[in-house]
Unconditional design. Structure first.
Lengths: 466, 143
């Protein structure tokens, strides 16, 4: 056998064993754990791709035998397919780790339900991934979908599930609740990616893109107008656009609780000092600007009035940073070099107003209600202070966004009072006691949301059958 | 947040797959005399090369590549301006007369060009590079 043919046979065999393993792994995980439907759809894709590749590989050997001059090209083809599998491989394990016992299922169920009320996102599915990094991510799926379409030319039976997105949570935070509100921002990335690349094009996103392109061309100096510099400038503006879109999307769906959890996370990452908070970088707008947009949206949606009498430290930080003048914002392209300030100017003056309108348009049926929160808040707080799962005496389900917000504010302002109700004097200063009662508040909150979810499900579909 | 490193690598992989699709269609055309997917694949390549000149041009055409920095940079690494112009001419020639025997010769040259692009994209996938200092300098405030 010619050496080159031996080489490709080796490549093909390695690939065959690799996809066989991925197939077995997905099958084994699904047998031993319970997953959300979305993860099942992803595993099915991986398995059908594996089966399709195994079927196709003998044809590659046949081509190599018939057209030996094409051997280098056929080997590149195998290599390209392996790289695609490598990216999928990076998703399979974290998806397999995220079975129903390791993720905040009530919150994920609620967020998925809310996502269905975003008109253009009906039928979409979120695959949860558990990550080793202490950070929340939305795994960009646009490129995966583009790649999957190319791969489908080669393996026609492998069809990537439509409207499938990937949200990554740190594995340590899987069972907690309040910090996981960050997933609403990540779902915003999913929505943005999905709608900004939809076919036919979504009119709102087309308008936004057109506005970005036109303003960039007008505002940039001639030296930046070579294609490479333009793509980088464009990506910077698009990164900022997505971040603001996602923040506002999250606030529209879940209210001020998102802003509070965001402040907690910025504090943990060390981005709350004045100097850090005014810095735009190539991937993110300045935290102070983001918070100013939070406050603006909360005011416009009447949330600010609804929480006027609740003043945890996080809200004060939010107000202080939001008040910093926009003239103090600076753009740094890296640690030491200041980037073109005109990019910030375009973004603030031209792009951000368009993002605000777009978010309102996208979430017009999904927005949460500050009025409902005002009505529900007292009873939720009373339940939590009494150490019981928030509920109404008449068994009408409480609004889930009211539960989240009232519980979050309770967690930030009233844990000591709760401890005083149940523990001996002096216990309220002990860290382990605080930690225990915080965990309980989170559990009651999740339980209340889960109860509501089940009640609504029973009301819609009838009681579960045996 | 988005994992930036992965996003950048994914751009190279998409380009490799794009180039592979063109190569596969051209190979079918040259070696197996099949041309069912030829027109749509080559038109996609033409649109993408057009977009490479101005990534911010709003177009209704289906450009599937060269909209990102990583893909443009890879293109510039492997094809000169003359190569690009030659590729466009060759694609147009094949599209104009797919049944001509000359078109198969031209298609063979195109296979070589797009294979180079695919291999460079695969290389960059393995060795992703930061944005070039030249480009970064252009986006800096002049002092």
């Amino acid at each position: 056998m010619p050496t080159d043919l031996t080489d490709i046979l080796h490549d093909v065999t390695v690939l065959h064993r690799f996809v066989e393993f991925m197939d077995d792994y997905c099958r084994g995980q699904e047998r031993s754990q319970t997953y959300a439907d979305s993860s099942g759809a992803f595993f099915s894709y991986v398995r059908s791709l594996s089966a399709g590749i195994r079927e196709e590989l003998p044809r590659q050997i046949e081509l190599a035998t018939r057209f030996p001059s094409r051997l280098p090209i056929l080997r590149s083809r195998m290599l390209t397919l392996k790289r695609y599998l490598r990216l999928l491989h990076a998703l399979v394990k974290p998806a397999a780790d995220a079975h129903v016992l390791t993720i905040p299922a009530p919150l994920i169920n609620l967020a998925s339900d809310q996502l269905m009320t975003v008109e253009a996102m009906r039928g979409s599915k979120i695959v949860v991934l558990l990550a080793s990094e202490l950070m929340y991510f939305q795994w960009p799926h646009t490129e995966i979908k583009i790649q999957a379409r190319f791969v489908q030319d080669f393996i026609p039976s492998a069809v990537f599930p439509p409207k499938l997105g990937f949200i990554e949570l740190p594995y340590s935070q899987g069972p907690s609740f309040f910090t996981n509100l960050a997933i609403y921002h990540e779902i915003g990335h999913f929505v943005y990616e999905e709608l900004s690349t939809s076919v036919p094009a979504n009119p709102g996103f087309s308008r936004l893109r057109s506005r970005i392109y036109k303003s960039l061309k007008r505002a940039l100096p001639a030296r930046t107008k070579d294609p490479q510099a333009l793509t980088v400038a464009l990506r910077i503006i698009e990164n900022w656009t997505q971040e603001i879109f996602c923040d506002l999307f999250a606030i529209r769906l879940v209210g001020p609780a998102f802003s509070l959890s965001f402040i907690e996370m910025l504090g943990m990452l060390g981005f709350l000092s004045r100097s850090s908070s005014i810095r735009f970088n190539p991937t993110h707008p300045a935290p102070a600007f983001r918070l100013a947009e939070h406050v603006r949206m909360l005011r416009d949606d009447s949330w600010w009035d609804a929480i006027v009498d609740i003043n945890p430290n996080q809200k004060k930080i939010l107000e202080q940073l939001a008040k910093l003048p926009s003239s103090s914002y600076r753009f740094y392209i890296d640690e030491g070099r200041q980037g073109l300030q005109s990019l910030v100017t375009i973004f603030l003056d031209v792009v951000t107003p368009a993002i605000r309108s777009l978010v309102r348009e996208v979430t017009k049926n999904a927005a949460c209600s500050a009025k409902q929160f005002t009505r529900d808040r007292e009873i939720i707080e009373r339940c939590l202070l009494a150490g019981v799962v928030p509920h109404k005496p008449n068994s009408v389900p409480l609004n889930p966004v009211s539960i989240i917000n009232a519980s979050f504010f309770f967690y930030l302002t009233s844990i000591s009072q709760l401890i005083a109700n149940f523990e001996k004097d002096g216990e309220h200063t002990k860290v382990d006691v605080h930690s225990k009662w915080t965990k309980r508040v989170e559990m009651w909150t999740m339980k209340a949301i889960d109860e509501r979810f089940r009640k609504v499900k029973v009301a819609t579909h009838g009681p579960p059958t045996k | 947040m988005t994992p930036i490193d992965l996003q950048d690598r994914a751009q190279y992989l998409s380009l490799a797959l794009f180039a592979q699709q063109i190569v596969s269609v051209l190979m079918e055309f040259v070696d197996e005399k099949k041309s069912a997917k030829l027109k749509s694949a080559l038109e996609g390549a033409l649109n993408s090369l057009q977009r490479a000149k101005d990534p911010t041009a709003l177009s209704k055409s289906k450009a599937t590549a060269f909209g990102s920095y990583e893909q443009l940079r890879t293109l510039e690494e492997v094809w000169s301006d003359q190569d690009r112009a030659r590729a466009v001419r060759m694609i147009r020639a094949v599209l104009r007369a797919p049944d001509s025997p000359k078109s198969r010769e031209i298609a063979d040259d195109l296979i070589a060009l797009f294979s180079e692009l695919q291999n460079q994209a695969l290389w960059n996938f393995e060795q992703p590079k930061p944005v070039s200092p030249r480009v970064m300098q252009r986006l800096c405030q002049l002092t």
